[in-house]
Design a protein around this ligand. Structure first.
Ligand code: ZN
Length: 493
């Protein structure tokens, strides 16, 4: 067997173990009996050890060396580039350090949960300090082009440097702050929806929307969990949501959001499965898919022109509420404390606050103990909200407790990628007409051929260039917000 095919064979095994792990993860979050947790922990740890051993196998290094300098085709070159990247990263971190992180994680998550519940950051601070130390060691081991934070970002947004992200987010911030101020000054909307929205009716409406946008229920399923998520890939891509009977919006929009993630995973080419070409380009690109479906499509006026009459039939309590008013209630802008409840306009500020803090922490300019104060100052400065306690402040997200530094910026990159892709799509097809007819085929086909089927063929920045003809530019997102919310609030943004 030649070196390339042998390498692909090893990667196929690694990827298969990954599929098994995510299935176990899905079960753990949905139907697993409570007392099965310890056993499941052992199973998952075993599989991750197995993956680590396979990824760092010296044979992989040998095969990569043999392929070095070989003239490979575009797709093969991308496959080898990706396997080399992972191999380098995994082999540079000593096993003892990996194990120490794995050991610290559950304790750290536990401390975070307790701290959040008691609204007291000091309970979590020692664990966070320790986790940070470990992650800084990882950064030193894997190396970085400019600053240690680059090594963290690399995990989620490969080939993207902090400096690049900082530049685009700085520009975004400058343009977003006045937009938020103008909207906050505008007269607030007083209409809201209330009433009872039976779970069964919500579920059947959500399922119907998912089918309409192209989610394949024969290759996936919908279940309920505390927090919605998407797991798996290809022919087994599952999503979850959470139904609240006093409000239909959370389930509806989380289904469309997770549906967007799932369409990406269901959209990889069959022949590329279990290779890097059958995997998401980056977390930011993944998020661009969920946010495009949720915000640019699902929260648009054409979408509700099509679906609001159906929603009213499913929920007769809405029959007295006009379309325009309903549209406003799903697009309310209100600076708030909690990131996951934030609207389309203010969301990115939540991320900017975290991104700036993470860089300061990683550069050693901010001590862990100073986080609550810095956090609260950020919220007051950028969103004009007062943080009453750490529980709704710097302890609201789980990410830091398991050492996921560098993850947050991918959410905002997702917003920016989505808006730029959407504008490119509009040049090729009549997007608005498709949405208003509830015919999403042309949109999905465009996404499939331009983004989904590419997998990891290009790094994210290059994918953006290939698809849109230019570098990532925050203008698309800003213009979208100005047009949409200027019209909703009747102001000139
Ligand atoms: Zn998402």
């Amino acid at each position: 067997m030649d070196a390339y095919n042998e390498l692909i064979g090893i990667y196929d095994e690694i990827s298969t173990i990954g599929d098994i792990s995510s299935l176990l993860g899905w079960d753990q979050n949905t139907y697993m009996p409570r007392k099965a947790a310890a056993g499941r922990g052992g199973q998952s740890a075993f599989l991750s050890k197995l993956v680590h051993r396979k990824v760092t196998d010296p044979r992989v290094g040998y095969l990569l060396d043999r392929l070095e300098g070989e003239d490979l085709s575009g797709t093969r070159a991308a496959v080898v580039r990706e396997i080399r990247r992972i191999y380098k990263r995994k082999t540079s971190v000593p096993e003892e350090l990996e194990a120490e992180i794995a050991r610290s994680e559950p304790l750290s998550v536990q401390a975070w949960a307790e701290a959040k519940q008691k609204k007291d950051f000091s309970i979590f601070a020692p664990n966070l300090e320790h986790m940070l130390e470990l992650k800084k060691k990882v950064a030193e081991k894997v190396g970085y082009p400019d600053i240690p934070y680059d090594a963290m970002l690399e995990e989620y947004e490969p080939y993207t440097r902090t400096a690049q992200v900082r530049e685009v987010l700085e520009r975004l911030k400058k343009r977003l702050v006045p937009v938020i101020e103008r909207i906050s000054e505008a007269e607030g909307q007083r209409i809201d929806i209330s009433g009872k929205f039976p779970r069964e009716a919500q579920e059947s409406f959500c399922r119907r929307i998912l089918v309409d946008i192209g989610y394949d229920f024969e290759r996936g399923r919908l279940d309920t969990t505390e927090h919605p998520f998407t797991i798996g890939t290809g022919d087994d891509t599952r999503i979850t949501t959470h139904f609240y009977e006093n409000d239909l919006r959370p389930a509806l929009f989380s289904c469309i959001h997770e549906g967007g993630h799932a369409l990406y995973e269901q959209g990889f080419l069959k022949e590329n499965m279990h290779t890097p070409l059958g995997e998401a380009c980056s977390l930011g690109i993944h998020e661009s898919q969920s946010r495009m479906w949720e915000n640019l499509i699902g929260r648009s006026l054409p979408f509700w022109k099509r679906y609001y009459p159906d929603l009213q039939s499913a929920f007769p309590g809405l029959s007295a509420l006009p379309l325009e008013d309903f549209y406003q209630t799903v697009n309310r802008v209100r600076p708030s404390l909690i990131r996951i409840e934030a609207d389309e306009v203010t969301y990115s500020m939540h991320i900017l606050i975290r991104f700036e803090l993470e860089i300061e922490i990683f550069n050693g300019r901010l001590d862990v103990r100073e986080i609550p104060q810095a956090w609260n100052e950020g919220y007051e400065k950028y969103l004009g909200v007062v943080v009453e306690n750490d529980g709704v402040g710097c302890l609201q997200d789980i990410h830091w407790s398991f050492g996921s530094f560098g993850y947050f910026p991918t959410y905002t990159l997702g917003n920016l990628y989505a808006a730029q892709f959407f504008d490119a799509m509009k040049k090729d097809i009549d997007v608005e007409a498709s949405i208003e007819r509830g015919e999403f085929g042309p949109i999905l086909t465009w996404l499939r051929s331009n983004i989904h089927e590419k997998g990891k063929l290009y790094p994210a920045s290059e994918l953006v260039r290939v698809v849109t003809g230019k570098e990532l530019d925050e203008s698309h997102f800003i213009d979208h917000l100005r047009n949409k919310f200027g019209a909703i609030y009747g102001i000139d943004l």
